[in-house]
Design a protein around this ligand. Structure first.
Ligand code: SAM
Length: 214
């Protein structure tokens, strides 16, 4: 039986069916199957202020399309957006730093990252992003801001100098019904940046701004 399995795997490798992921962690076809199965199992069960699937997919596609590799997420929660971003980074050979202040959510996120086989692509930090984010050296080519909305502008001020040209700072919940003062201040600050091009993601359920550095 063991010989049969080995022969099948060897045949698949010879035929090019299994390729190694960019970081060499796991064959990419296997990883895709594992992540997709994880997302299928958990669909409809994200209850901790997580992004909807459509928004996760937008982040994933942006990272893959622009070949981003140095990513930061502010606001992990239980890891739904982190899964989508890290899945993309597994394809580009990158890594995600993600920050969460709530110990219970951080713990659940770690378990989810493990179950999805994405832990090797994620550095999940527990603590207050108000302190952690300004202390990160960067550089970053992808940032996703999804923690406390009244601090969005401060996160942008701290991180924008560490975003490389061509890199993008994205932010969640920036469109829709009533925009709070924090989001309005954030959007005003974005407008004042001379080297930022900002668009709103098409098809986002909850509004994602994408600001890329010239
Ligand atoms: C909207 S949820 C993030 C959802 C996550 N991006 C997802 O889609 O799975 C916001 C998270 O930010 C966390 N948060 C709020 N203020 C924070 C802070 N100062 N530092 C770190 N995390 C914070 C909250 O505990 C919460 O889990």
């Amino acid at each position: 039986m063991r010989e049969l399995v080995l022969a099948v795997v060897a045949g698949a490798v010879a035929a090019g069916a299994l390729t190694t992921s960019a970081t060499g962690q796991e064959p990419s076809a296997t990883l895709d199957t594992t992540v997709q199965a994880f997302l299928d199992r958990h669909r409809g069960s994200w209850r901790d202020l997580n992004v909807p699937e459509s928004d996760g997919r937008i982040l994933h596609d942006l990272v893959v399309k622009r070949r981003f590799t140095r990513a930061l997420e502010i606001g992990t929660s239980t890891g739904h957006s982190g899964i989508w971003i890290a899945w993309a980074l597994a394809k580009t050979g990158g890594k995600l730093i993600t920050v969460e202040i709530d110990p219970g959510r951080h713990r659940t996120a770690l378990a989810n990252f493990k179950e999805a086989a994405l832990s090797p692509y994620i550095d999940a930090r527990l603590g207050d992003a108000h302190q952690i984010v300004p202390s990160l050296s960067g550089p970053f080519d992808f940032v996703f801001s999804d923690a406390d909305k009244d601090w969005y502008k401060n996160y942008l001020v701290a991180v924008w100098p560490k975003v490389v040209p061509g890199g993008c700072f994205t932010a969640h919940n920036v469109a829709g019904w009533v925009l709070g003062r924090g989001i309005r201040e954030f959007l005003e600050h974005l407008k004042s940046l001379p080297d930022a091009n900002t668009i709103m993601a098409k098809g986002s359920a909850e509004g994602i701004s994408i600001s890329c550095k010239r």
